[in-house]
Design a protein around this ligand. Structure first.
Ligand code: UFG
Length: 340
């Protein structure tokens, strides 16, 4: 693979920015494409601080075919694309489904067309374990049946996977991987980049860190009457730096080894933790109390979800290296930095 240029759509976002760092660390030349609809320009300063370089940026909307096409015209020899750019709020997607279908599917289609036109063969897509719905058997493997997810957001991930799979089967030039993330948490250990939730966070760990920092009064635990050991929901929380590294491994695999035009991989630790376990672990690691109350169940939450990530280990040579303690400590360090 001669060219090292990798287009990273949504590269200013939470997982995108950590992936840009890992691409850089592995000798690639990441090029960010982002419209900052759910991120801030300050992340570019953080990326410069970590990498010592100005990472190239194209600012605009990925669902605009002309904009995306022009990027490939300028950057002639792109080696591959990692596609993160998408709206990602489950709750918002239920209120505004068209916004989600139009943006998430529109950007993917525009990207695939531009890749075809400019003969860019390799794509890594950011998908989610939400495609498994409430799986009957745990842990979920890549052979666990995919269902129609409860939320329009989740459904855009399922449909996107189908679009990519069909496109890769039909157009032999395209080789693609969908990575099904479980629950990414944490921040870069430098505390220079991390998650920047705009408005009230809907995810557990940012809500915990903001509560402890005093920006929120209290965390609501969404239900303690599930059929789990402590009654709260169980998820597979993995460090965002581990997750970012998997994208580099996936690209390497696409370039060198993958025979099938399309494949999917689960990315998780293989272990589940309940909401109460996360609260307890956070209190232990950070040495501060989390003020919480128990509330009603949140619509659409599945009781238990954790990964079997053996396939990623076997084929991508990837497994998580950082612990839950690392992730919670890094989340808190990042929260302290942005609270200043
Ligand atoms: N939770 C709370 N209180 C909160 C926030 C979350 O108790 O304020 C609980 C949830 O009920 C759930 C757990 O913490 O049991 C994790 O919730 P998150 O919102 O952090 O994560 P989810 O597992 O719900 O969501 C993740 C991704 C979504 C994806 C979904 C698929 O963030 O993008 O998995 O299941 F759609």
């Amino acid at each position: 693979m001669e060219s090292k240029k990798i287009i990273v759509t949504g590269g200013a976002g939470y997982i995108g920015s950590h992936t840009v760092v890992e691409l850089f660390n592995h000798g690639f030349e990441p090029i960010i494409v982002d419209n900052f609809s759910n991120s801030e320009k300050s992340v570019l300063v953080g990326l410069r601080e970590i990498t010592g370089r100005n990472i190239k940026l194209f600012e605009g909307d990925c669902s605009d075919p002309n904009f995306i096409n022009d990027i490939f015209k300028v950057e002639r020899d792109v080696a591959g694309v990692i596609h993160f750019a998408a709206y990602k709020s489950v709750g918002e997607s239920i209120k505004f489904p068209i916004k989600y279908y139009s943006n998430n599917l529109g950007s993917l289609c525009a990207l695939l067309e531009a890749m075809e036109q400019h003969q860019v063969r390799y794509l890594v897509f950011s998908s989610s374990c939400t495609v498994y719905g409430a799986a009957k058997k745990l842990p979920v493997t890549e052979n666990t049946p995919v269902v129609t997810p409860f939320s329009p957001y989740g459904n855009t991930k399922k449909i996107s996977e189908e679009i990519i799979s069909q496109e890769a089967q039909n157009r032999k030039q395209l080789k693609a991987i969908s990575l099904r993330y479980f629950n990414p948490i944490g921040a870069h250990p430098s505390a220079v980049i991390g998650e920047l939730p705009i408005g009230v966070p809907s995810n557990l760990v940012p809500y915990i860190t903001q509560t402890v920092a005093g920006a929120r009064n209290q965390l609501t635990v969404f239900g303690d009457d599930y059929n789990t050991p402590d009654g709260s929901c169980i998820r597979d929380y993995l460090h965002v730096v581990d997750l970012a590294k998997a994208h580099v491994k996936a690209l390497d695999y696409l370039f060198d080894q993958q025979e099938d035009p399309y494949d999917v991989f689960n990315l998780g630790t293989g272990h589940g933790n309940s909401v109460f376990q996360i609260i307890n672990e956070f209190e232990k690691v950070v040495g501060k109390k989390v003020n919480y109350v128990v509330g009603d169940r949140r619509t659409g939450d599945v009781p238990v979800m954790y990964a079997n990530a053996d396939k990623a280990h076997q084929f991508l040579d990837w497994r998580t290296e950082l612990s839950l303690e690392d992730a919670l400590a890094d989340s808190w360090r990042w929260q302290e930095k942005i609270s200043l």
